[in-house]
Design a binder for this molecule. Structure first.
Ligand code: GYE
Length: 308
């Protein structure tokens, strides 16, 4: 356990004192993020864990400050969803030196030293990109001529943007007529998706497919596509990732064509991990979220019971 930190909460979890968890959230950029925040807050309350929640409002420096504050407050466990993959090494070392275990949720960091965190709980983003690409390869198997694809990337430098791009590129490489003609970040937001898609449709007379790294950017892009006189889901096929309610609705309505699911409901598994690392028990270094994919028909069937 971490009772050697010398903090007042050093015996947390052993008696009446609740475990104190410091959680640094990236921001509130998407429907996914909102559902993720709700899941974490609700699960902490259910598990009897005292949550210190910080919203970094999309800024890495705010996340670093929040983590430093958690260290100073001598919380029992720190968890966070790192905005980008690089630049967290120093603050992770500070947590380790203070004897406070860290759990990564949702997004990974790119560090050599794997002892800087106890576990990484989240999705396989490369797989999400690959499943999206594989669907497209099959969908376009009898198409003739070039298939022009535009890509709306997530936040630059984030694990989901890097990995989804990679997985998609690998899958579509199997069919040389599938060509990514433009690829740019829309920062995982609706406004970003709309703005970048406006530029895409202006610059490219023939766009057959949009691959958006999340539902929100795809939803923003719908407006740009319609404004350009094209029919989303028909003239331009749309693939997204997440499967939040608004995305699933667009899929059921025939405006999107395919979604690879990315579950934001990480709270319950995170609280289990928090309890274990607080007791000093060993935990798996990597815990992968279970996910599926949705076609338009599958979205229609799933929507009535979809929780977020
Ligand atoms: O796909 C996107 C959100 O990190 C998995 O971040 C998460 C991504 C999610 O803004 O909608």
């Amino acid at each position: 356990n971490n009772s050697d930190t010398g903090g007042d909460g050093g015996d947390a979890g052993s008696g009446n004192e609740p475990i104190v968890l410091g959680f640094s959230q990236v921001g509130a950029e998407s429907g996914w993020r909102t559902a993720n925040t709700t899941s974490i807050k609700e699960s902490a309350a259910e598990a009897g864990i005292e949550l210190k929640f910080d919203d970094a409002q999309g800024k890495q420096e705010n996340q670093i400050t929040a983590i430093r504050n958690f260290i100073q407050q001598k919380v029992d466990v720190i968890a966070f969803s790192p905005k980008v993959e690089t630049g967290f090494e120093t603050v992770l070392k500070e947590a380790k030196d203070a004897g406070i275990p860290v759990i990564l949720t949702d997004r990974a960091v790119d560090t050599q030293d794997k002892t800087l965190y106890k576990s990484f709980l989240g999705s396989d983003f490369v797989k999400e990109g690959r499943l999206s690409g594989e669907w497209l390869v099959n969908e376009m198997k009898s198409a003739t001529g070039d298939v022009n694809i535009v890509e709306l990337q997530g936040t630059t430098g984030s694990a989901p943007a890097n990995d989804r791009k990679k997985g998609f590129a690998e899958a579509i490489a199997k069919d040389p007529k599938l060509k990514v003609i433009a690829s740019q970040s829309g920062d995982f937001t609706r406004a970003g998706g709309k703005q970048v898609m406006e530029q895409f449709v202006k610059a490219n007379p023939k766009i057959d497919v949009l691959f958006a790294h999340n539902d929100d950017m795809g939803l923003g892009a719908l407006e740009a596509i319609t404004a350009a006189g094209k029919v989303p889901g028909k003239d331009i096929k749309i693939i997204t990732i997440d499967a939040v309610k608004d995305g699933m609705q667009a899929l059921a309505d025939g405006k999107f064509n395919f979604i690879a699911e990315c579950s934001p409901l990480l709270g319950p598994q995170l609280m289990e991990l928090v309890k274990k690392v607080n007791k000093g028990e060993s935990v798996p270094a990597r815990i992968e979220t279970q996910e599926t994919t949705f076609t338009q028909e599958q979205a229609k069937a799933a929507l009535p019971t979809r929780k977020y």
